[in-house]
Design a protein around this ligand. Structure first.
Ligand code: GLU
Length: 469
């Protein structure tokens, strides 16, 4: 039997990193089993769905390596409404479901509690379909439902504790629980790998599989992803959108590798391994069932390592969107024609070892592409001390007299200028750096000055000197 898995997101918001992780787990599992990955968009909540979210899902998947055309689908849940209704009808006709006209208030009045589940009042009233009548599943009174779960073993649920749950609303529309099962059946899904939050629904869903006469799938409920306070990652509180990470300059390779390390590790005490190793070694059975900490700081450090490991030409190409501006990424502070690829290529190896996310390239190199540096006032105050004006005068004169404008000569020149004033190189550099780049930290200074060129360097030093008068 061919293994068929599915990833079934609802297009109701930005694509969540937890969703990306489930998608990758399904993807890897299908690949390992020689199976098929199906994408199903669960778009039946018309009030919350938007077509652009579906497009966002497709492009986010593509970004992490699940490309359009390499999977089956996307199918849309809304196109299977006929199948959902037919299944509800079958369950009714076979006696596995019954109509119920109780209101919530009726149930509360009878049970004396607003939390009690349905009390089975309509089970044997023999009601037929009708406006406002919900269809409820008749759960077995005895026995237990054993869920076979690759991550959690065999969670077992007593049937008598499962209420007769609604499968179609009073207007006849099937609920998500049923639609989700019917789609999995229709699409021949053999393994359901999904978020832990769906585990409480699973015994009900498995009862539906049984009642519809189809062997249920094997399940794998993947642990939730939490923040440093052990709270479930939430859109309101945490940075959860995969797109936000992409647009900030996380590399897809770093991101997908990191997502797989949540609750799992490759062999040999390693964290940074090629994707092919993850595809080979990853086992759902080995995933830790407790909540996994999504550590943004670690991800950042991880990303820095991936950036440093890139061949320099790839690093240059990867930075391009931030340097030239695109529709999806914030445009840089310079005009497109001011960007000079050769100047960038000259400093790129220096920047590559210093940034953790690609967007950080902009503040590191903006001094090269702007007519005037963006002076950070706090940096200016910190660097410009008593004696800075004289130091700048001396540096301007000495730089101006240089025959060769190269990093080595610039360095020894400023070293000498500083020494005359009893200043170590670090101290002598600070006013020069702020005058030329606008900041107190950045790429190595003398290489930066070499690339910036004699004329622009001297103009900036003179402008700073004027400001100090
Ligand atoms: N559409 C559901 C969700 O996004 C997925 C349900 C499932 O995977 O079975 O949470």
């Amino acid at each position: 039997m061919t293994v068929r898995v599915r990833f079934a997101p609802s297009p109701t918001g930005m694509f969540h990193v937890g969703g990306a992780r489930s998608a990758l787990q399904n993807w890897i599992f299908a690949k390992q089993q020689g199976g098929v990955f199906v994408l199903r968009i669960e778009d039946t909540d018309a009030a919350r769905n938007k077509p652009e979210w579906t497009e966002g899902i497709l492009s986010a998947l593509e970004w992490i390596g699940i490309a359009r055309g390499s999977y089956e689908g996307p199918y849309f849940q809304s196109s299977y409404a006929g199948e959902h209704r037919a299944a509800a009808q079958r369950l009714y006709e076979s006696g596995r479901a019954y109509y119920c006209d109780c209101t919530r208030e009726d149930v509360q009045a009878r049970t004396g509690s607003q939390y009690a589940g349905y009390d089975g009042y309509c089970r044997d009233r023999g009601l037929g379909p009708g406006e406002g009548r919900a269809l409820r599943f008749r759960t077995p009174d005895e026995g237990e439902t054993v869920v076979v779960d690759l991550i959690r073993g065999e969670p077992t649920f007593e049937n008598k504790l499962i209420e007769d749950f609604v499968i179609a609303r009073g207007d006849g529309s099937p609920v998500f629980l049923l639609a989700n099962v019917v789609d999995d059946m229709t699409m021949g899904i053999t393994h359901v790998i999904r978020a832990e939050e769906h585990l409480p629904n699973t015994p009900k869903q498995q009862l539906l599989w049984d009642a519809l006469g189809v062997k249920p799938p094997v399940w794998a409920h993947v642990p939730v992803v939490v923040n440093e306070k052990r709270q479930k990652l939430s859109k309101r509180r945490d940075k959860v959108a995969l797109e936000a990470y992409r647009d900030e300059g996380y590399l897809a390779d770093a991101m997908r590798n990191y997502l797989m390390l949540l609750g799992w590790a490759p062999s040999g005490d390693r964290e940074i391994v090629p994707w092919s190793v993850i595809e080979e070694e990853y086992r759902l059975e080995d995933v830790n069932p407790s909540p996994a900490f999504f550590d943004e700081k670690k991800l950042r450090a991880f990303n820095g390592e991936y950036i440093r490991a890139l061949p320099v030409e790839e690093f240059i190409a990867a930075c391009e969107p931030w340097l030239t501006g695109t529709d999806t990424i914030a445009p840089p502070p310079w005009q497109p024609e001011e960007f000079d690829p050769a100047a960038f290529a000259a400093v790129a190896p220096l920047a590559q070892t210093r940034i953790a996310v690609l967007s950080e390239i902009v503040p590191n190199v903006d001094f090269l592409f702007l007519a005037d540096p963006l002076i950070d006032e706090a940096a200016w105050t910190k660097a410009m001390k008593e004696g800075s004006a004289e130091l700048l005068d001396a540096a301007i004169a000495a730089f101006d007299a240089l025959e060769s404008w190269d990093a080595e000569s610039l360095k020894s020149t400023l070293e000498a200028v500083g020494a005359e004033r009893g200043l170590k190189l670090g101290k002598a550099q600070a006013p020069v750096r702020v005058a030329v780049t606008g900041r107190t930290v950045g790429l190595p200074l003398f290489e930066s000055l070499q690339v910036l060129g004699r004329e622009r360097t001297l103009t900036r030093l003179r402008a700073a000197r004027v400001r100090l008068v």
